[in-house]
Structures are given as structure tokens and as C-alpha cells.
Design a protein. Structure first.
Length: 183
């Protein structure tokens, strides 16, 4: 998919969507909030919360849908693991919300696995979709990650949780975002 990213600027608003079994007792996305605020994202929110001890699929889908409906400007969606699947399900089920998305960055998301569960066609996105895989990820095998609508895909030398809790991995993801999104 050819993108005209010359006019792209870093989104001022970010939705962080966590995975299904992410540990939530210590503020899962606190490091991401700091990194994104430092890059110019003024409003960083985690629909459904990043402090929940579990994820109810329907509640997360609804929380992300509501956050996008209420958005007044395009959002960067930054999703980890199953959070990427939730983002895609919301956009497939609510194609009118696609215009409220500036870019999608998904990390270690088992997007190929979801096709059996959610057979709807992929959303028609006209925004950058950047996928990351961890080469040492034993939680989500590399063969299940990625998406046919990714505009860029990267492999990092890390495990599944490092995308969230390792500052060096976050720094690598931020560097790719700066390049891919022409920040």
C-alpha cells in the first residue's frame, strides 16, 4: 500500500491497547506513556484500563470503540499482543471509525491467528500499519504475527513482554515509528 506520509505528523493522541494476559499490577504502560509524551503525544489513554487483572474481550472491544467514537482528532493506536486483535476487530466492525485512526503500531500481535475467529474482511486502512515481532517470543510464535495490511514489518531481538517492560525495546520501536511516520 503506497502511503503519502510526507504530510504525516506524530499524533497528539494515543490509544494503548494491552494484551489478554498482560500483568497489570504495576501500571503496564507507564513507560510507554512517558516515551509517547516525550515524543509529543499530549493525551495517552488505555481504553478499558491497563490496571485490570484480566481482560474481558467484549468489554475491551467496547472500550476501544467508545474511545475512537469520542476522539476529536486522529489517534495513534499502539497495541501489544491480543490488543492488536482487539483494534482490528473494532475497525472491521465499525469502518466509520477508520477515519479517526492516524496509524497503527502492533507489537507481537497474533493477527494471523484471528482470521479463524473473526472472518470479516480486513479494514480498508489508508494509514501506516507497523508490525513488530520478537525473535525470542515464546508466547506468540512469529508465524502467527503480522498482517496482510501491514505497511512495514520489523523483527526485534526480544521476547513477548519486552515490548512493554524493556526501555531499550521501547526505544527501538519509537525509533522505527519516527522513521516510518516521518516524525
Amino acid at each position: 500500500m503506497a502511503l503519502d506520509s510526507a504530510s504525516f505528523t506524530f499524533p497528539k493522541h494515543t490509544l494503548l491497547i494491552r494484551g489478554a494476559k498482560s500483568p497489570c499490577d504495576q501500571g503496564l504502560f507507564d513507560g510507554w506513556r512517558e516515551d509517547l509524551n516525550g515524543a509529543g503525544s499530549l493525551d495517552v489513554q488505555a481504553p478499558g484500563g491497563d490496571y485490570w487483572p484480566h481482560v474481558d474481550h467484549r468489554e475491551m472491544v467496547e472500550a476501544v470503540r467508545i474511545a475512537l467514537e469520542e476522539a476529536t482528532s486522529p489517534q495513534l493506536i499502539l497495541a501489544h499482543s491480543y490488543g492488536g486483535n482487539i483494534a482490528y476487530q473494532v475497525l472491521r466492525s465499525n469502518p466509520e471509525l477508520v477515519e479517526r485512526v492516524a496509524a497503527i503500531v502492533h507489537m507481537a500481535s497474533p493477527l494471523k491467528y484471528q482470521m479463524g475467529f473473526f472472518p470479516e474482511p480486513a479494514p480498508d486502512l489508508k494509514v501506516p500499519v507497523i508490525g513488530f515481532r520478537g525473535s525470542n517470543d515464546s508466547t506468540v510464535p512469529r508465524m502467527l504475527t503480522g498482517s496482510r495490511i501491514d505497511t512495514a514489518s520489523y523483527d526485534l531481538d526480544c521476547d513477548h513482554r519486552a515490548f512493554v517492560n524493556n526501555p531499550e525495546v521501547r526505544k527501538q520501536v519509537m525509533a522505527v515509528m519516527e522513521i516510518e511516520l516521518n516524525v
